[in-house]
Design a protein around this ligand. Structure first.
Ligand code: ADP
Length: 194
């Protein structure tokens, strides 16, 4: 594996803009996007067993069990060849996932360059998700109670992942409120410092 790879964890609560910023990062840096939410939605659309299993959790706003997520990510990493690096979007979402990711990367001669966290107040997240729900066709975007569950799950289970990278001196937080391009510029500055 190439040690000059850029492997980024793009972090933030649901609705923080990870997907939007990932698209721009892929274009600028030529990285491979690995969004566990997108991968699950692809399985859902194709009606696979994995998709059917994931749906029961996703539709409620709960996390899919760690081992299911980890196996899917392992599969994606091992079948992606000649990548300049990965943008992990929506993964890792638990400390167990973060530990598994480190182990996976180490065994492939890779490592995480850094985590970039998008900071957005909860009230704004709720408004954004409500707006997205009008067109996203996502059951988990269309119900206020499910949105609240997702934010609670984020606070309880996902926020500790930021600490995990902070301890490794790999954590940078960015203001996720503002124009898409403005936020992207700030992310790019961090990327260029790696
Ligand atoms: P959002 O960031 O808006 O919540 P995602 O597309 O990242 O959207 O995730 C949608 C849903 O997919 C989550 O609520 C969860 O059920 C499931 N999911 C995605 N990634 C993970 C993960 N790493 N671990 C567990 N569940 C996940």
């Amino acid at each position: 594996m190439i040690s000059g790879m850029l492997n980024i964890v793009l972090f933030g609560p649901p609705g923080a803009g990870k997907g939007t910023q990932s698209e721009k990062l892929i274009e600028k840096y030529g990285l491979t996007h690995l969004s566990t939410g997108d991968l699950f939605r692809k399985h859902l659309g194709e009606g696979t067993d994995l998709g059917k299993l994931a749906r029961t959790y996703m539709d409620q706003g709960h996390l899919v069990p760690d081992q299911v997520v980890i196996s899917m990510v392992e599969d994606k990493i091992s079948t992606t060849k000649d990548s300049k690096g990965f943008i992990f979007d929506g993964f890792p979402r638990t400390t167990a996932q973060a530990e598994a990711l480190d182990a996976m990367l180490i065994s492939n001669g890779m490592k995480i360059s850094g985590m970039i966290a998008l900071d957005v107040p909860h009230e704004i997240l709720k408004e954004r998700i409500k707006e997205r729900g009008k067109t996203s066709n996502r059951a988990d975007d269309q119900n206020e109670e499910k949105v609240n569950t997702r934010i609670k799950v984020y606070l309880d289970e996902t926020l500790p992942v930021a600490k995990y990278y902070e301890k490794q001196d790999k954590y940078t937080s960015i203001n996720g409120v503002g124009g898409i391009d403005e936020i992207f510029e700030e992310i790019s500055e961090v990327m260029d410092s790696y």
